[in-house]
Write a protein that binds this ligand. Structure first.
Ligand code: GYE
Length: 403
């Protein structure tokens, strides 16, 4: 009942002009439909909220007729309002709603609405990345509509379709895997909305489907991991080292390229044997599970762990300790990301090398979005500067990592 009150309908379109509110409600409404059979009514249900609805009914009437019905409804409820006031309120609401598609916030002429599909919350890195995007949007005065895809490509595709329906100025997303984006990106292109790939790449025949990419050079990261191992093996005077590799999400750019960069670097060096390479999906829990499996199978034959992210490394370290071995000395540990917890373990001698991968891409994304919205051209690829931290370095001055 309360939701039908006049005050609520009067403020509905004002409140829903905020991208964050709409993104939140969108998720809530979709979740309802995911878990229940629903009948939903509202102005953007068939186009934006549930475009795949089994049945869509489009009903409309003249402003005067709607004002008349509304007046009767309010009278019946014992809260009458004059016809003229009701008519004016409905007209205002129509105006707001129809104009918000192009400019959903009352904001400066050059304001930018950015739709961002985050792939999930699988790691501390990802949480840092989400924060970086949110904070940078604030700083740059960009209106951000962010949707979390909870590790599902279909949800990212849905999110991109919503951004197209909302007619955002720029779409950005962190593609969970590389393949399968052509159809939805062709739709974005047809709608004239430029796309920024953030953090991960896609594979496509048609490079014009995205305007640019901003993210790490993962081949270089893999190479840095390999170079550390060469240096470490030299320092130890090692004759032979057995390596296990725990990789990230299969078919994602960091998984493919961190693997390739590492293997290219150590290839042909007879001191190294790769025992096995398995995917831990960038998750702490799977990292632990994978390491347990590897220890069961190869036991003390394992000399080196190369893990594609710190989260999986933390899980793996638990498994190594539980097995009765010392991480960092019995098993050389090389990891990627550079989150605080990994740096702490590096300082404590339980990790040997941390290859930095920064989640702080927010400022670059906002700068690119503003340029694209203004019709300017931008560089196709940009990589942040990244470091490598190892047991051979003095880390006493290292600033807190922030993720
Ligand atoms: O290394 C990992 C995260 O795509 C670079 O994804 C990112 C990776 C990062 O889950 O921790």
């Amino acid at each position: 009942q309360a939701i039908r009150e006049n005050q609520v309908s009067r403020y509905a379109s004002q409140v829903s002009a905020y991208p964050a509110v709409r993104a939140f409600l969108l998720e809530m409404q979709r979740n309802l439909a995911r878990t229940h059979d629903v009948i939903m009514d509202g102005r953007d249900i068939g186009t934006v909220v549930l475009p795949q609805a089994d049945l869509k009914i489009f009903l409309t009437a003249s402003v005067e007729e709607r004002a008349r019905r509304r007046m009767l409804e309010l009278e019946e409820r014992g809260t009458p309002e004059p016809y003229a006031a009701i008519l004016r309120a409905i007209q205002e609401r129509d105006w707001n709603d129809t104009h918000r598609d192009a400019a959903p916030l009352r904001q400066a002429e050059d304001a930018v609405l950015l739709g961002f599909s985050q792939l999930g919350s699988e790691s501390a890195w990802r949480v840092g990345s989400t924060r970086s995007i949110e904070e940078a949007a604030e700083r740059h005065g960009v209106s951000l509509m962010m949707l979390n895809a909870y590790q599902k490509q279909e949800k990212q595709i849905d999110a991109i379709r919503s951004f197209i329906s909302y007619r955002v100025d720029v779409i950005s997303f962190a593609p969970i895997v590389e393949d399968g984006w052509d159809t939805v990106l062709t739709e974005a292109k047809a709608a004239g909305i430029p796309v920024i790939l953030v953090d991960r790449l896609i594979t496509t025949e048609d490079e014009s489907l995205y305007a640019c990419f901003v993210g790490a050079d993962f081949i270089k990261e893999g190479r840095s991991a390999g170079e550390f191992l060469l240096k470490k093996a030299d320092a130890m005077g090692a004759k032979h080292l057995n390596i296990v590799e725990i990789t990230g999400t299969e078919d994602s750019t960091p998984q493919r390229q961190r693997h390739q960069g590492f293997h290219d670097t150590i290839a042909g060096d007879e001191r190294f044997t790769v025992l096995e390479s398995i995917s831990g999906d960038f998750l702490v829990s799977k990292g632990e599970e994978c390491m347990r499996y590897l220890l069961d199978k190869y036991g003390e034959d394992i000399d080196v762990l190369y893990s594609h992210n710190d989260g999986m490394t933390l899980g793996a370290i638990d498994a190594i300790r539980e097995y009765g071995l010392s991480p960092g000395s019995d098993i050389i540990i090389i990891t990627v990301d550079g989150e605080q917890a990994a740096i702490d373990l590096l300082k404590a001698g339980e990790i040997n090398c941390v290859v930095e991968c920064t989640p702080n891409l927010g400022d670059s994304v906002m700068e690119l979005a503003k340029k694209l919205a203004a019709g300017e051209t931008v560089p196709k690829m940009s990589h942040p500067d990244e470091d490598v931290f190892t047991e051979f370095d003095d880390l006493s001055d290292l600033a807190p990592r922030g993720y």
